[in-house]
Design a binder for this molecule. Structure first.
Ligand SMILES: [Zn+2]
Length: 360
């Protein structure tokens, strides 16, 4: 018996010990008693240094409602697939092919071992201001280029699938929803520090290379964000209609593009002059999110390409939307989202591996 098994069996209750003794007598393989799930980064590093623990936690998060995940080959989701304990993989009940916990997830095709992946996932899920590829590279022992690519895959998993209805929806018991704050912010655009070629690219856009991000926040609840190319009426309305329930109370600034919102929403306009003293009508919740986002972008990330920006926003929005969870809760929620997502090097860079360099 290994050291860790001794430690874990000594902490289990006497009933379990008796049961494992009985199964040992019958010649069965004794599974170590489950140790408590990690709650801190240090505990997570220790816990997931065991490859079996890595497979177990991903398997558990990929099971849907107690069932097994969809087969990545034939997409059969109805039948119960077999779990081959010795091979640590599933066997499809329909097409009989085998698949590992990594297949069909952001971890697929990666040479980085799962323990390193899980620690990177933990770090990204829980670092409030974000974490750079340099930090990940140093902490888990991979190259910065690998860490940069891992980060992009993790951010893809963090993308919101916008399930769970619209913002500002009346509750099932008719309870009124919190107001929805809508506002935009400008990000980036330090054009004079850019390479000449890049500067030419961004200067073609409006707003002098700055990217406009629109945010909609149900007060005390979730945020949804969108990158918009222009603050015109059509763009902003499209987003509000997409994400906010009809009839919801919507707070915006005096921006003229929002003016016709009255037709569908209980629209209230924040008075600029009295921005912070307008009582209930303000967008301070959203301001907090923007400052969190910008702190992360300015402090942690060296430079953000405009076309990558939406992924950084997704990352910050994920942490914000799950801010009431514990570190381990957020980690497990993120792990639940790794399946069905694929991102190749070409997707991220538009270039081949040999010419690419990490920006962040
Ligand atoms: Zn299958």
């Amino acid at each position: 018996m290994s050291k860790s098994e001794q430690k874990s069996s000594s902490s289990s209750n006497p009933g379990e010990q008796a049961a494992s003794a009985a199964s040992a007598a019958a010649g069965e393989i004794i599974q170590p008693a489950p140790t408590p799930a990690p709650t801190t980064l240090t505990e997570a590093i220790r816990y997931y240094s065991d490859p079996a623990a890595c497979v177990a936690v991903i398997r558990e998060q990929r099971r849907r409602g107690g069932g097994e995940p969809e087969c990545p080959y034939c997409h059969d989701a109805r039948r119960k697939h077999y779990w081959l304990a010795n091979q640590q993989r599933w066997k499809c009940a329909a097409c009989r092919k085998q698949f590992s916990v990594k297949l069909g997830t952001i971890f697929e095709d990666s040479a980085i071992p799962l323990d390193k992946w899980l620690i990177a996932v933990w770090m990204v899920a829980n670092c409030k201001n974000g974490v750079s590829s340099y930090e990940i590279a140093r902490d888990i022992g991979v190259t910065q280029k690998s860490a940069w690519f891992m980060l992009h895959r993790i951010r893809l998993a963090m993308q919101d699938d916008w399930s769970g209805g619209k913002l500002g929806e009346v509750g099932p018991g008719g309870e009124p929803a919190a107001p929805v704050e809508c506002d935009e912010t400008f990000i980036g655009g330090k054009a004079r520090n850019m390479h000449a070629k890049k500067r030419k690219q961004v200067s073609k856009r409006r707003n002098y290379g700055k990217t406009i991000v629109m945010g909609m926040l149900e007060r005390g609840g979730k945020i949804r964000t969108a990158v918009v190319y222009d603050r015109n009426k059509q763009n902003l309305h499209e987003q509000v209609e997409k994400h906010v329930a009809v009839g919801a109370e919507v707070f915006t600034y005096e921006l003229i593009s929002y003016w016709v919102l009255e037709e569908k929403f209980a629209h209230q306009v924040v008075n600029h002059a009295m921005r912070y003293v307008e009582g209930n009508v303000h967008t301070n919740g959203l301001e907090n999110f923007w400052s969190l986002l910008k702190r992360g972008l300015n402090g942690t990330y060296v430079a953000v390409e405009p076309f990558h920006l939406f992924r950084y926003i997704d990352e910050q929005a994920f942490r914000f939307n799950n801010r009431k969870d514990s570190d381990s809760g957020r980690f497990l929620k993120l792990l639940k989202k790794v399946a069905g997502k694929r991102l190749t090097w070409l997707d991220v860079t538009g270039r081949g591996l040999e010419t690419a360099g990490g920006e962040v």
